[in-house]
Design a protein around this ligand. Sequence first.
Ligand SMILES: Cc1cc2nc3c(=O)[nH]c(=O)nc-3n(C[C@H](O)[C@H](O)[C@H](O)COP(=O)(O)OP(=O)(O)OC[C@H]3O[C@@H](n4cnc5c(N)ncnc54)[C@H](O)[C@@H]3O)c2cc1C
Length: 411
Amino acid sequence: MNFNIPEDIAEIINALKQFVNKVVIPLEEANHELLYNERNYYMEDGRRNPEVEALRRQVRKESAKAGFYTMFGDKELGGEEFGPLASLLVNEALGKNFPNRKLIEHVVIPSPFTNGLTPVLKGLNQALKDKFLEGIGSGEKTLCFGLTEPDAGSDVWGIKTRAVRDGNDWVINGTKQWISNAAYADYCLLFAVTNPELQAKRKGGITCFFVETKSEGFTVDSIIATMGSLGGDAAIINIDNLRIPNENIIGELDNGFTKAMNGINNGRLGMSGKCIGSAQWALKKAVEYSKIRRTFGKAIEEHQTIQNMLAECALDIYAARNMALHCAWKIENSTKTPTKEISMVKAYCTEMMGRVYDRAIQIHGGMGLSNELQLEEGYRMARLLRIPDGTSEIHRRTIARSLLKGDLSFQ
Ligand SMILES: Cc1cc2nc3c(=O)[nH]c(=O)nc-3n(C[C@H](O)[C@H](O)[C@H](O)COP(=O)(O)OP(=O)(O)OC[C@H]3O[C@@H](n4cnc5c(N)ncnc54)[C@H](O)[C@@H]3O)c2cc1C
């Protein structure tokens, strides 16, 4: 294995940092009070302020023009098709240099596989591709990924949203919950049961539909405010006699889950990269603070307990970074998807970020809890990331199942 960052990826990272410094940071600074005061950032109903949304759109479009927003999209969709290693390293760089930023997170680069040029869109028919891809790729339009429901999260086979054929259309009824970006999205990749018998056998029966969110019968009921925020990104969708033409099926009828799993590798590596980068930023802050804060007549860096906490962070980050790099290498160099390793990386990196932020906050004492340093924001993000895209428990289930089936390899 070669642990040097490949030249093309290093160049992208440099260009991306320049882009963020030149385009995004000035915009953030000019709108600081709007972006970093939650009373301005969110409306009363928990939705983001339309002015915030306009800024997000502006950054998306600039990022698309510069080629960053679409870099992980497949070439056939108009992207650059950078793989898991790039996803890991680019997200690490963003997390390390620009963590917890409102106009960067899921804006400069879309959220993994649920927005932007997600590979799920490969299943669209050509007419719909011609009609919608340009807007999605340019950052003008966004998507949401409508799978989870009130009674079906980890156990996705339990969804109840039902699509019934009526002539050339499907009529869809149900409720979706925890759908990121739903309140702002132009389109939804909506999963519904089309064949209950197949679904009951867990062998299919679920179909993915491309839905325009302005369609009659598609309503965002409410935002779910999360983790001490006045609002949030995820929402509850009510689907009431929504009529969708048969041509809007993505991929094959009754085979929607294969679409749902497309692009998940890049996504999980990207999320892990963000955790690894952000944890490095938090550790750097903790090291710097430990040199300037004095107690009992000396800098706190001289207390062994503080040194131990710093060292524990380094142990965590080094382990996470190297397991993620190995996993990216494995994905890119083997014919079989290393499911066990991807699960280990997603679970470990998200949990690692929580531990590192927890210690960084502790080292900062009371200052660590203040909103000013944004350590608490990273801590909340770390806590949140252990749930979506497979909970830590579901990933452990996947790992254990591989072990029990005889996969005891760590190469
Ligand atoms: C911020 C956020 C954004 C999200 N965005 C989206 C989105 O855009 N689109 C979308 O479709 N969904 C989205 N989700 C939903 C997310 O995928 C689900 O929350 C997740 O799959 C867990 O489902 P659940 O919340 O219903 O928990 P449950 O599945 O009810 O799990 C409850 C608890 O039981 C554990 N558990 C469940 N089954 C097992 C098992 N077999 N073995 C051991 N433990 C088990 C879980 O790990 C968890 O601890 C989002 C969630 C969050 C929090």
